[in-house]
Every structure is written in structure tokens, then in C-alpha cells.
Design a protein around this ligand. Structure first.
Ligand code: CA
Length: 223
């Protein structure tokens, strides 16, 4: 699961990123509304944490533009205590949830969990299934029949994206951004390396699902 944190208080943003990563999420941080909107529009995030008072574009504007573009990623607005009236504005712009600062870490994690459960792609359970494969989010376990293997975080993120899209082609660029984020200097061959790890694991599980390479474009599942 990938979370985008849009928060201009650098220390708070870093704390949120640490907290999320400690709890099994991958988190990217943006410190202003413009960068936040650009990143959010990539549709690679499962949840967005969005501050209200932000440089360049405020949180409500970011949210309105995001929804206007047809992006329905769940958004958790982070509001300061004094901004109670803003909550009404936020509701109109399509936020899913509010958290008033300062908040407890466990409160934040509960909200993030609630929002990811609501994400239609993931249904009620933590698991994504595809062909004979079942991928468990809580334990990073991939199983096929009675065999199972644990995946690394990057393998998990990559395979989850492929499984959620069934047989649709996912470009290398999208995989790269989903797994390594925008800030990293990872390259196309990082994707290839992890695809080969995943293929080995699929073989080990004797799964009928194959990761097919579409030359010059990307990958898709075949089953
Ligand atoms: Ca702020």
C-alpha cells in the first residue's frame, strides 16, 4: 500500500512517513499543494493524507482538482484545531475523513486502515486474488493452493499492482513510480530484476499465472 503525505511542516511530514513505514506502508512526502496534486494525479496511491494550509495550493483546492479529474483516491484531511469551520468546506470538496491536529499515531493509523478498506479495489478483506493466486496485504504472503511464500515490500507492491489490474498491461514507468516513488533514482532494470524475482516465486508455487513481458511497454499477467 502506498500513501502520499502532503504536509508542509517538514518535521510532521517526516514523522508521518516514519509512522506509516513502520506499519507496513510505503509513504511519499510532498511539502506543497502543487507537488501534492501532481503526485496524487498519478493514481498510484491507496490513500492521501492532505494538510489544509499548504504553500502554492491549499488542501481544499488540491482535493477539488483531484476529484474534478475523476481521481477517487481516498483522502484524509489533516486540519488544525482552529480550522473547525473548514471542515464544512472540506466536506464539499470531497474529503473522506478528517483528523484534527494534534492527533495520536494510533488514531491516524485507524483512519488510514478505514480508508484503505473502503477502497473498492481491495474489497473487504486484505487479500487480492487473481487466477490461482492469493496475495495477503497484512502478511505480504503470496499463496497458491497449499503453498505460500513471503514477498519483500517491493515484490509485494509490484505484484499487487499487476494483480489489481488483472490482464491489463502495466507500463514499466508506472511500476517504477509505484514501487520506488518519484524521488528515487531507480531505473527500468530495477523493475526487470524484481519481475524476475517474482517469476521465480510463481514457479516455486507452481502457479498457472505468468508475468508476460510486452516488449518496450511493460508487463501483464496471463492466466
Ligand atoms: Ca500546513
Amino acid at each position: 500500500m502506498r500513501v502520499l503525505v502532503v504536509e508542509d511542516e517538514v518535521r510532521l511530514a517526516a514523522t508521518l512517513q516514519d509512522l506509516l513505514e513502520l506499519n507496513g506502508y510505503t509513504a511519499d512526502v510532498c511539502h506543497d499543494g502543487e507537488a501534492g496534486l501532481d503526485n496524487a494525479l498519478s493514481s498510484i496511491y491507496d490513500v492521501i493524507l492532505l494538510d489544509v494550509m499548504l504553500p502554492k495550493l491549499d488542501g481544499f483546492t488540491v482535493l477539488r482538482r483531484l476529484r474534478a479529474e475523476g481521481n477517487s483516491t481516498p483522502v484524509l484531511m489533516l486540519t488544525a484545531k482552529s480550522e473547525t469551520a473548514d471542515k464544512v468546506t472540506g466536506l464539499d470538496s470531497g474529503a473522506d475523513y478528517y483528523l484534527t491536529k494534534p492527533f495520536e499515531p494510533k488514531e491516524l493509523l485507524a483512519c488510514v486502515r478505514a480508508l484503505t478498506r473502503r477502497s473498492p479495489e481491495l474489497r473487504e478483506t486484505d487479500a487480492v486474488t487473481c487466477g490461482d493466486l492469493r496475495l495477503e496485504q497484512s502478511s505480504f504472503t503470496l499463496s497458491c493452493g497449499d503453498k505460500s511464500v513471503r514477498l519483500s515490500r517491493k515484490e509485494f507492491d509490484m505484484l499487487e499492482l499487476l494483480m489489481l489490474n488483472k490482464t491489463q498491461i502495466i507500463t514499466k514507468e508506472k511500476l517504477l513510480v509505484k514501487v520506488w516513488g518519484y524521488e528515487s533514482d531507480a531505473e527500468d532494470n530495477n523493475v526487470e530484476v524484481y519481475i524476475s524475482f517474482l517469476r521465480r516465486k510463481l514457479e516455486h508455487l507452481h502457479s498457472a499465472v505468468k508475468i508476460k513481458t510486452i516488449r518496450m511497454v511493460g508487463y501483464c499477467l496471463e492466466y
